[in-house]
Design a protein around this ligand. Structure first.
Ligand code: ZN
Length: 166
């Protein structure tokens, strides 16, 4: 499975809205595999198709100690509460910031078999779903900051801010 280059800010594909997948066919499954492999190679927790230049609504999520997940046409249907979390993005290397995200979300999407999946998520999974679905809508976590001056450079000498490289 090929590892695809991850596009970086300010690439135009990161600002475009991805199109709904009408039918999960072979090309969708190849895209899903490429997302998983590219995400694994990058050591992140989530990746959206826009980040490899494909404007289709597909995301991959790799939580620590879990099997990779793929969601097609994912949508957030409910958000509850607010919390401040540390967040980074594979398309904005070298930085992270504190972003306000929901405490609890509900989401739905299709799995590889075109089966409807409904999720209730908190913690990292909720954060990653919000971040990746933002990508499908051309939104970056930078857009949730008051100013780019709120970006914090990653320290190369300390522990990598992993788990938030989404
Ligand atoms: Zn990202």
């Amino acid at each position: 499975m090929p590892i695809r280059p991850i596009l970086e800010y300010p690439h135009i594909a990161l600002r475009q809205k991805a199109k709904k997948v009408r039918k999960i066919d072979r090309s969708t499954l190849v895209l899903a595999d490429d997302l998983i492999d590219t995400l694994y190679d990058a050591g992140g927790v989530g990746l959206a198709a826009n980040q490899i230049g494909v404007l289709r609504r597909v995301i991959a999520i790799q939580l620590p100690e879990e099997e990779p997940r793929v969601y097609v046409n994912p949508e957030i249907t409910y958000r509850e509460g607010e919390r401040d979390v540390e967040e980074g993005c594979l398309s904005v290397p070298g930085y992270h910031a504190i972003v306000t995200r929901a405490i609890l979300i509900k989401a739905k999407g299709l799995d590889r078999q075109s089966k409807l999946v409904r999720l209730r998520a908190e913690g990292l999974l909720a954060q990653v779903l919000e971040h990746e679905i933002d990508h499908l809508n051309g939104i970056l976590y930078l857009d949730h900051l008051e100013s780019h001056q709120d970006l914090i450079p990653n320290q190369t000498s300390s522990v990598e801010v992993e788990g938030i490289g989404v």
